[in-house]
Design a binder for this molecule. Structure first.
Ligand code: NDP
Ligand code: 8X3
Length: 256
């Protein structure tokens, strides 16, 4: 299926996987609706996307945790942007690595509000239009963390297990319509993810990727664009991708 001229809405497009996904859809000639909280970063991604061949770009400064703001952003889209073909529910984060019984409750709430409730708010605002129009594709960012927990990561892992249930439940609920639903579940990807997790501690973040070759955000973007460009009757349910140096959430090969 050609993505040329399709309207693609990407949350968390200011960084990492979301930004790489914007650029990958740009190269296919899509129209990009880009959302995140940092307007300056979004503007940088938008100009790179236009240079790469995006048909047009419309940026929205949006915090997906704000239910009213999410609904308003969709309701107030200019008419030429309203008919979203592909939604990439990518906005998300991890905060802290702590035992469940000592973790910071503020960290838990930020993860749950963003990764679970934010994803639900955006889906609730966008999917009804897809059903009415009789076309659309929702791609949710899951994680290997949603399949297998790891110590000190229970709440982040729980948000991604929730994503898995929401993804599969949505696919059941749109059955009988042409809307497609895909979960893309990466293992370790080198982005700002660890920097955000460790509240800006760059030394600690760098150690996460030490001695191995992680996925690049472009690897994940490639999988998303592949899923979105299958023929209309094909639904890719789930894509799990890890670095060769990672077997699962717990098992890594690191060079000394
Ligand atoms: P980054 O930190 O590089 O990017 C996260 C993006 O999410 C940013 O654009 C950020 O934008 C946005 N975001 C965070 N909170 C909000 C919010 N409340 N409202 C709107 N946007 C928000 O990390 P990644 O690219 O790695 O993460 C993207 C997704 O991929 C996440 O869902 C993550 O869980 C998932 N993932 C990441 C993996 C990894 O190893 N990196 C592996 C598996 C899954 P801004 O701050 O401008 O709002
Ligand atoms: C991000 C991958 O293993 O750091 O979802 O949790 S992991």
């Amino acid at each position: 299926m050609s993505l040329n001229g399709k309207i693609v809405f990407i949350t968390g497009a200011s960084s990492g996987i979301g930004a790489a996904t914007a650029l990958a859809f740009a190269a296919e000639g899509a129209l990009l609706l880009l959302a995140a909280r940092r307007a300056g970063k979004l503007a940088e991604v938008a100009s790179r996307a236009l240079a790469l061949g995006a048909a047009a770009v419309h940026s929205i400064t949006l915090d997906v945790r704000n239910r009213q703001a999410v609904q308003r952003a969709i309701d107030e889209l200019p008419q030429e942007w309203a008919e979203i073909d592909v939604l990439v529910n990518n906005a998300g984060l991890s905060r802290g690595m702590d035992k469940l019984y000592t973790g910071k409750i503020e960290d838990w709430e930020e993860m749950i509000d963003t990764n679970v409730k934010g994803l639900l708010y955006v889906s609730r605002a966008v999917v009804p239009g897809m059903v009415v129009r009789g076309r659309g594709h929702v791609v949710n960012l899951g994680s290997t963390a949603g399949e297998m927990t790891y110590p000190n990561g229970a709440v982040y892992c729980a948000t991604k297990a929730a994503e898995r249930a929401i993804n599969d439940g949505l696919r059941e609920d749109v059955l009988g319509t042409p809307v497609r639903v895909t979960s893309v579940d990466p293992g370790m990807v080198e982005t700002d993810f660890s920097l955000v997790r460790f509240h800006g501690d760059s030394g600690r973040a760098a150690k996460v990727y030490k001695g191995l070759t992680p996925l690049a955000p472009e690897d994940v973007a490639d999988a998303i664009v592949w899923a979105a460009s299958r023929p209309a009757h094909v639904n890719i349910a789930r894509i799990v991708l890890t670095p060769v140096h990672q077997a699962n959430s717990l098992l890594f090969h690191r060079e000394p």
